[in-house]
Design a protein around this ligand. Structure first.
Ligand SMILES: [Zn+2]
Length: 282
């Protein structure tokens, strides 16, 4: 790779390829035509790496009629700690994503089965979980319990939002406590882990699903591989903390290609419904 000759495009050739027409795969480095990637649901045609997609695309991909009856869309965070630059970063994330905060939730149907659905958006400040995201996830869980509908959460997150300090960290306990109540009622929770799902989100609701589905090649874990290597002073095995590794080690139940995700959900929802609860003796 180091010796690969760089082929520079001539200036007039460059003009033919406007910005953003080509995308480099962050896994194999292959340059891909954006349109082809889009048609392939943003899965690398060379190595099958699943590029990050936003939560709106998951809504289109997974929900009947691509429709989410979104709840609490107007909730937005308060800069309670007066953290430097937070307001500015928040505003620019809002402009970029056209969302008030990096998670949506609401009511939907999948294969005709009513569900409560939530999805995180990594494009909004790295999917970091602040108090509003925690509150939205907690409300989604509560709605699933009250309606007795299965809950599906698509996670993508770098972890807690440092700009909200302890208010961010307490969302881990809050969402986990809500999930314990959901579990008492024996209502199914399917957690979908996408690239990357790490730290505070992985250490709370993302890893607490009755069924945990991961997209191929996603980085999943609490701390990143580099920090672990530095801490324990050892080289980590290949593929450490990727979906397939986590499947082999029992942290994930199924690794499913994005193309098969909706079908897989339909199959699971057909088997397990609130009228036929998961693990009734558990
Ligand atoms: Zn690739």
């Amino acid at each position: 790779m180091w010796f690969k000759k760089k082929v520079e495009a001539k200036p007039d050739e460059k003009l033919k390829f406007p910005d953003g027409l080509w995308v480099k795969c962050e896994s194999c480095g292959e340059i891909q035509y954006r349109k082809a990637l889009e048609n392939n649901l943003w899965i690398c045609t060379e190595c099958r790496f699943h590029f990050r997609i936003n939560c709106r695309t998951y809504i289109e991909l997974l929900l009947d009629d691509a429709h989410l009856d979104e709840q609490d869309a107007n909730l937005e965070p308060v800069d309670i700690l007066d953290f430097p630059e937070y307001k500015k970063k928040m505003k620019s994330a809002q402009q970029k994503t056209q969302m008030r905060e990096g998670t949506v939730y609401g009511f939907a149907k999948i294969g005709g089965a009513p569900v409560v659905f939530a999805a995180m958006d990594f494009g909004f400040m790295g999917g970091s979980m602040g108090s509003v995201i925690g509150e939205k996830i907690a409300r989604a869980i509560r709605a699933a319990r009250e309606r007795e509908h299965p809950l599906i959460i698509v996670s993508a997150s770098g972890g807690a939002r440092m700009q909200e300090g302890i208010f961010s960290l307490m969302q881990m306990a809050k969402t986990s406590a809500e999930l314990a109540l959901l579990n008492q009622k024996k209502i199914l929770y399917i957690s979908i882990l996408t690239h990357p799902t790490t730290a505070g989100v992985m250490a709370s609701y993302a890893s607490l699903g009755d069924i945990i589905i991961a997209e191929p090649g996603a980085l999943l874990g609490f701390t990143g591989p580099r920090v672990i290597e530095q801490t324990i002073g050892e080289k980590l095995p290949q593929g450490f903390q990727r979906s397939e590794f986590m499947l082999e080690h029992g942290m994930v139940d199924i690794v499913v290609s994005r193309k098969e995700l909706r079908n897989t959900l339909v199959k699971i929802l057909n088997i397990v419904s609130p009228a036929n609860p998961v693990n009734p003796n558990g």
